[in-house]
Design a protein around this ligand. Structure first.
Ligand SMILES: *Cc1c(COP(=O)(O)O)cnc(C)c1O
Length: 498
């Protein structure tokens, strides 16, 4: 299978090239020439997560051997990395509703699923394309991605990773997760400034041709682990299959019975993986797109108009505080039958005017696959409290947005199809908001997140995830704070280049 750009730039690319490049040369995103053939579910009933991963990934990665893919999946999803033997276990709320827990990895959020595997794919891709340099991953992070990338790339041979975060711009828990990061090939530095400063600094380093030449001579090459890399999307297709197979095994669905998935959405990566799973024959009825107060996708799916001209709202589900959902570009390419000219024109309108409207046929095609609505912080908070009080099950603020939107979907459509809500973060990772919701608004004043972690565990009787427990006692290994102008020097120091 070859890959093409959504913007129609010349040429096709191998999977290895697509993963190594990340972004297509014409600024578009890589998409497969065709969706893989349907996967025979009957061949997989007793398969482990890692075996399902190998079966799902293989058709997307024809230039990787089965042994390479199995090896990658087995290292990525080992018991040392995921604290649950199912990797992504299902929690049954009642006969019709299930939560797919994607947060049993090292950083307690769903980005681990992709970022544990990506380093292996990237290394394979470098080898296949004859790249002999060490890969240097540079990342600017506002929280979750940086930590997940650090954990994914730590001690992976042939790679280095350096993460910059805004000194005042991340939560206590997130900062602590990063500054205590272990691994021989990792670096972390705070930058005096906000997230935009950090991101601009990293972009400048990426675009510095002279620096790239100096580093190339020393055997280093920059790469990126950001969420538009195709290598981050395909690992996410796997858990849609594993969820369905677990429902089948438990007798919750009949063979070929369709199910809905509700996905708390920001950059549209997670839910797009569900779309590809459906294209590969998974019996999916509806993909329900759940947004927080930043409801660009809700509006788009319901009106055909994408409009980012609105203020970004800070919510209790910060990983979904996004106004440009990059991966939507891939969906538009697919539903228009690979019409790159139309996609390019929409993306240019988005860049120039912050807005575009798709034609009625495209809007209809999107509406047939997806249903969308949104939930504000208040409603999400009430869903956390309600789900806990009624079922003794604790969910995080992102997942709570999915829970609220699912209730809206049921009320609006009357659809009783069995449904899986994709749970994207551990409630302990966003403990301040969860504690506030649970304790009915009276968060005991002045307590830090570590005290709250313990309080939450005491109140609910649920164990703190190992990855967060003990974080307060871990030694700080990365205390560098730099100005934006010093970021380039930090890169050179980190790589030992004079
Ligand atoms: C990144 C993230 C999301 C959004 O996922 P997308 O793939 O960007 O739509 C939702 N919840 C959590 C906890 C996340 O970290």
């Amino acid at each position: 299978m070859r890959y093409y750009s959504t913007r129609g730039g010349a040429g096709s690319f191998s999977a290895a090239e697509a993963i190594k490049l990340g972004l297509a040369p014409d600024g578009g995103l890589f998409v497969p020439a065709a969706a893989p053939a349907p996967l025979a579910l009957d061949g997989l009933p007793g398969a482990s997560y890692r075996e399902i991963a190998a079966a799902v990934l293989q058709p997307f990665l024809p230039d990787f051997s089965p042994a390479e893919i199995e090896g990658a999946a087995f290292s990525a999803y080992s018991a040392a990395r995921f604290d649950n033997p199912s990797v992504t276990p299902l929690h049954r709320l009642d006969d019709g509703l299930f939560f797919l827990e994607l947060w049993h990895g090292p950083t307690c959020a769903f980005k681990d699923i992709a970022l544990q595997l990506l380093p292996h794919l990237l290394r394979g891709a470098m080898k296949k394309t004859g790249e002999r340099s060490d890969i240097v991953i540079l990342a600017a992070t506002s929280g979750d991605t940086g930590k997940a990338a650090l954990e994914g790339f730590r001690d992976v041979p042939g790679t280095r990773i350096l993460v910059f975060y805004p000194e005042q711009g991340v939560s206590e828990m997130q900062k602590r997760q990063m500054v205590t990061q272990e691994g021989a090939n990792v670096g972390v530095a705070a930058v005096r400034g906000d997230f935009d400063d950090v991101q601009a600094g990293v972009k400048e380093i990426f675009n510095d041709g002279a620096l790239a030449r100096v580093l190339a001579e020393r055997g280093f090459k920059f790469s990126s682990a950001n969420s538009i890399n195709w290598g981050r999307l395909i690992p996410q297709v796997v858990y849609y299959f594993s969820a369905y197979l677990e429902l089948r095994r438990g007798g919750a669905v009949r063979p070929f019975e369709k199910v809905n998935f509700v996905v708390p959405t920001g950059n549209f990566g997670n839910i797009l993986a569900g779309y590809y799973a459906r294209r590969m024959g998974l019996p999916v009825q509806r993909l329900i797109c759940a947004s927080n107060a930043n409801r660009v996708l809700t509006d788009f799916i319901n009106t055909g108009i994408y409009d980012r001209n609105r203020p970004l709202v800070q919510t209790t589900s910060p990983s979904m505080d996004i106004l440009i959902s990059s991966n939507l570009e891939r969906l538009l390419f697919e539903v228009t039958g690979h019409d790159a000219a139309r996609v390019r024109s929409w993306m240019e309108q988005l860049r120039d005017r912050g807005r575009y409207r798709v034609d009625p046929a495209t809007a209809r095609a999107v509406g047939e696959l997806f249903w969308a609505d949104c939930a504000g912080d208040d409603k999400a908070g009430r869903a956390i409290r309600g789900t806990y009080r009624e079922h003794g099950y604790l969910i995080d603020p992102h997942t709570a947005v999915g829970r609220v939107v699912y209730e809206k979907y049921r009320a609006a459509t009357g659809d009783r199809t069995k449904t899986v809500i994709v749970s994207t973060a551990s409630p302990f990772k966003f403990n301040a908001s969860v504690a506030r919701a649970l304790l009915d608004g009276d968060r005991p004043g002045g307590q830090d997140e570590f005290t709250l972690l313990r309080l939450l565990s005491e109140v609910t009787g649920i164990k703190i995830p190992p990855a967060l427990d003990g974080l307060a006692e871990k030694p700080v290994l990365h205390d560098a704070v730099v100005n934006r102008e010093q970021m380039k020097q930090k890169v050179l120091d980190f790589l030992g280049v004079k």
